[in-house]
Structures are given as structure tokens and as C-alpha cells.
Design a protein around this ligand. Sequence first.
Ligand code: KG4
Ligand code: ZN
Length: 337
Amino acid sequence: MYILGIETSCDETAASIIEASTKEKKINILSDVISSSLPLHSKTGGIIPEVAARQQLKYIIPVIKESLERAKINNSQIDVLSVTVGPGLVGSLLVGIETAKTLSFAWKKPLIPVNHLIGHVYANFTGGIKPDFPSIALIISGGHTDLLLMENFGQITLLGGTRDDAAGEAFDKIGRLLGLSYPAGPLIEEKAKKGDPKSFNFPRPMINSKNFDFSFSGLKTAVWREVQKINKPNEKIIDNICASVQKAISDILLAKTLNAAKKYKIKSILLSGGVSANLTIQENFKLNIKRHLPAVKFFVPEKALCTDNAAMIATSAFYNYQPIPWENIKADPELYF
Ligand code: KG4
Ligand code: ZN
């Protein structure tokens, strides 16, 4: 079957067509088109919702059109539509949702609403990979840091989340303190390559707490204090701060994931979300999972599927096939688990 996925929860306008086989649970991404308004936001140091929504309106039709062209199929061949309904910015979400509803009505195709966060987890299954369940899934994005127990497809329980900033948000806010443009995650990763992760001993909030919650705002404050003390840090110091911050964030994420993995006796660990594109974090996970839980398999989506995309939305719709009448589909900016 052919599934069209539409994702417009934030600053990316994305459409993808996947070919999925129910029998073999095999997935083929035929097209994965993304138009990002990020360059506009890097100038303002963060996303301005009004600007993001206007860009969504401008690009939604061309992006969907291109996803059909690249997949070399026409709309009559599409079997089902899927769209992100939350969480996200309401103005951005509405553009994708109203477009999907209109197409569902006009093309007479069923429509599946998708939780963006669950979509991130399913980025791990875009190739049709079937991990051994139960799994621990860690979503690390700009808006969320969530640790989940996944007992099977469609069976997800929230174990813990962030009490303040998300991991990506911590990267972005700390980057801002260091004068880096938005989004700072990839820039911090680059600078960290030249720095020493042991040069600053930044705190690792809640790393030893018994629960599976996270907190990153104390780390941000510690970096702010350090930057105030140094007053105009040079390039070398900035590289060292970046390496130390990245290590602190990575250590917290890893410790909580390993604790959950041991507690629930799981068979695989799934990373997802923009921060999981970070190769140093991936390496830290790979190495320590092998060392502490050698029987546990580790999965992370390919780089382009870590950040927001529509292939993950279509894939999530395939594994959780629950169409609902378009009249009943609404945006839910606060949607969670
Ligand atoms: O999943 P995503 O594309 O969007 C949300 O749903 O939030 O995640 C975006 C976040 C941003 O905070 C960005 O700084 C972070 O992911 N990010 C990274 C890297 N690439 C993106 N953080 C650390 N290292 C990276 N390489
Ligand atoms: Zn996301």
C-alpha cells in the first residue's frame, strides 16, 4: 500500500510517500521531501510561530506535489493519508491538518492522525526493521526528552520526561549563551570535536535520581555562570565548553536509558529525535550498551530521519493503522502520551 505522510508541527514542511507491505512488514521510502524555514529563524535566535506558520502555508502544496512526483505515483494510487496532529505549534499544525483533511475529502481516501512524538520513535522502523521487544525508546528533540517503554508496536508507556528544558532546547539555549546561531545542537557538536570534554566539570542534574525524569536547566545555569566568570571566552574555551556540555548531556541521557533498560529487562534500545543525530552521543550509547548490556540491540535512525520528517509519520500510521473520519480530526498542540 502507498501511504502519504504530512508533517508540519514546527518549522519543517514535509511530505513523504512510503510503500508498505502488510504481509512482510517491509517499508520502502519512495520520497521524503522537506522544506525548512530554519534559515529565517536562525536570524531571530529561535522560532517565531507566526513566521513558521506563514512558511508552512507557502510550501505545503509544492512539497506534497513534489513528494508525488519524486515517488512517480499519482494521487489515485495513494491508499491512505496520515498527518501529524500534535504536539507542536498550533498555526503550523493546522496547515498540515487542514490540507490533509481537504485531500482526504477530495480524493476519498482514509486519514490517520499521528502523534509527532510517536512518529519519532517509528523513524527507527522506516526500513521495516523489527527490533526485539520490549524496547526502551528515548526521544531527544527540541521540545521533548521522553523515555518510553515499548512492549510491541502500538504499546508504548511513558516512563519519564523532562521537568524543564528538553535536551535539544538545552543545546540551543547554551549555544545562545555562547553566541552560536539557532539551532545550536549541530554547531556544538562541531565545536566539541576540537574541545576537551573533561575541561569543565558541569553538573549532571538528576543523574542519580531513582525515577526516569530529566532536568537540564541547572546545566544551562552552570554554563551561564562559567561564561560570566570568563568574560568573552576565546575560541578554545568555547570548544572546551561545547565538548563538556555535550558530554554532560550525553551522560545524563545514557545513565537514565541504561537504568530503564536494566529495570525492564529489555532487548533493544531505540534513539530518535533531532539530538540523536549527534554522532558523539550515538557513539557513547553504542559503546556503553555493548559494555554494560551486550545482549541489547541498539537502533538509531539515519541522520535525515532523526530530525523532523514525514516518512516517520507515514511509517507510524502504517504500524498503528487507525483511520478516523476527517471531520473528527483536530490539532492538539499539547498532545502527549
Ligand atoms: O526532532 P527535531 O528536528 O525537532 C523537534 O521535534 O523538536 O529536533 C530539533 C533539535 C534542536 O534543538 C537541535 O539543536 C537538535 O535537535 N539537534 C542536535 C543535533 N542536530 C539537531 N543536537 C545535538 N547535536 C546535533 N547534531
Ligand atoms: Zn520532532
